[in-house]
Ligand binder design. Structure first.
Ligand code: 5CA
Length: 438
């Protein structure tokens, strides 16, 4: 991709309204643009990261056996009257009337709608367990949208919903999602800690939040240091097996958000040297809520004994757009963003220090060709700005690698390869650089 024909409106100054690093950097690096309070346009570079995060989320859901569908953002109010949540959901719900004066709402979440789809399509226990998921925009009319995409009003969520014959089976679905979440966040370069949490308007009696520790996190969290060192389940985890030992390993040590924190237990259970009090960003939350929606909405299946019964459910959310903020909070320095390779918008920033010079242009063309053949995504800075400005922009947007081509280097038969995260720079031949990037 050539920067001279791209849309990358970087900003030199820190925008006054941005109070935390990720908000400042997302605006300065030209990833998003605020269109209204809590409502953002996703500019090309930010959209590529969002899509990479979605890909990792989808791969984790598919691997855990969930099935993707896509539900509309607009929902009928009567659906929420069936569950009894329409009147209790509160001012966060954006209520809309269409031209026929029909009452609609912009979905803040989709338990009712997915239950309606389930009850219309599934009638036998033989179809269970079934976990459906989507990646869809949500709207919550937050009183105080802030911190950029961290607490937006329109935001992208992966929401999954499990359906099972009984509580025991539903808890197994919950465990599969729990493990999938541990793996998913680790693949994004995050250490997300599962913490017992309140269930709030979604309901149920079992919930865990997945928290990324960060100074600017909105939640205060208390946990046992031991949790921060646990190895994340590997690629070979057997989702069909008994996951209880794994869950016990991750839920044994003390971990709680402030709204469920038990100070006495914390002091009693956790040796002082291992007590962690930190702030965290909630990047996901999972709930078991039994028949809370199936009962009022009559989502039944015929059991093995031939009897009709309401299904047991759970829901599993991930803040896909919030994750850009969380990843930047966890990975940035004084020069800008430091993207983990797995989510970076491009892997290599190719910088031509003298656009128009036959040798540097030819070298850059060759490098782009070879990197494209190797499947490496490249953002080519073919602008004629000063080198200093080009380096600063590359550091700001935080691509994992910078490949710098200048006339002096070519004279000596070398190009420069810089690793953004470590700051390490090396002068080496183009071939050696391509080998390093392979
Ligand atoms: N205002 C918001 N802006 C950005 N992300 C948000 C916002 N509200 C929630 N999220 C993200 O969305 C995730 C899921 O939201 S939730 O309310 O906990 N859960 C649900 O809505 C369930 N229906 C999940 S299926 C949260 O963990 C958080 O990461």
């Amino acid at each position: 991709m050539r920067l001279s024909h791209y849309l990358l409106p970087t900003l030199k100054e820190n925008p006054a309204e941005a109070q935390i690093a990720s908000h400042r950097l997302m605006l300065r690096a030209g990833l998003i643009r605020q269109e209204a309070a809590g409502i953002y346009a996703w500019l090309p570079l930010g959209l590529r990261v969002l899509r990479n995060i979605e890909r990792i989320v989808r791969e984790a859901m598919d691997r855990a056996g969930a099935v993707e569908l896509l539900m509309p953002t607009l929902q009928l109010a009567e659906l929420w009257r069936e569950s009894g949540r329409y009147d209790v959901y509160g001012p966060e719900m954006l209520r809309i009337r269409d031209r026929h004066e029909r009452e609609l709402l912009y979905g803040p979440t989709n338990e009712e709608m997915v239950t309606e789809i389930f009850r219309a399509c599934v009638h036998s226990w033989r179809n269970l367990p079934l976990t459906l998921y989507q990646v869809q925009w949500k709207f919550r009319d937050e009183q105080r949208p802030r911190f950029g995409v961290m607490r937006g009003r329109e935001f992208l969520m992966k929401d999954a919903y499990s359906f099972d014959l009984d509580e025991a089976a539903a808890r197994r679905s919950y465990q599969r999602m729990f493990v999938a979440y541990l793996r998913m966040f680790a693949r994004m370069g995050l250490r997300a800690i599962p913490m017992r949490a309140e269930t709030g308007p979604i309901g149920g009696d079992l919930s865990h939040e997945f928290i990324v520790l960060a100074q600017t996190g909105e939640s205060a969290v208390y946990c046992d240091q031991a949790l921060l060192q646990l190895p994340v389940p590997g690629e070979d985890v057997d989702y069909a097996g008994d996951l209880s030992p794994l869950i016990a390993q991750w839920t044994g040590p003390y971990a709680a958000t402030e709204d469920v924190h038990d100070a006495a237990r914390f002091e009693h259970e956790v040796p002082e040297t291992r007590r962690v009090l930190a702030r965290g960003i909630e990047v996901g939350q999972i709930f078991y809520y039994g028949t809370k929606y199936a009962l009022p909405m009559k989502a039944h299946v015929t059991g093995p004994d031939g009897a009709e019964r309401p299904v047991h459910g759970g829901c599993y959310g991930v803040g896909v757009s919030r994750l850009l903020g969380a990843i930047i909070e966890a990975g940035h320095d004084g020069q800008g963003i430091v993207w983990p390779e797995a989510v970076a918008p491009y892997r290599v920033g190719l910088v031509n220090l003298k656009i128009g010079d036959a040798r540097t242009d030819a070298a850059c063309a060759m490098l782009q060709e070879r990197l494209a053949q190797a499947g490496t995504e490249v953002l080519y800075d073919d602008t004629d700005e000063r080198p200093g400005a080009k380096f600063a922009r590359m550091d700001l947007i935080g691509l994992p690698w910078q490949l710098i081509v200048g006339p002096r280097g070519l004279e000596a038969g070398t190009v420069e390869l810089k690793h953004r995260a470590s700051g390490e720079r090396r002068e080496l031949t183009a071939e050696a650089a391509l080998q390093t990037l392979a």
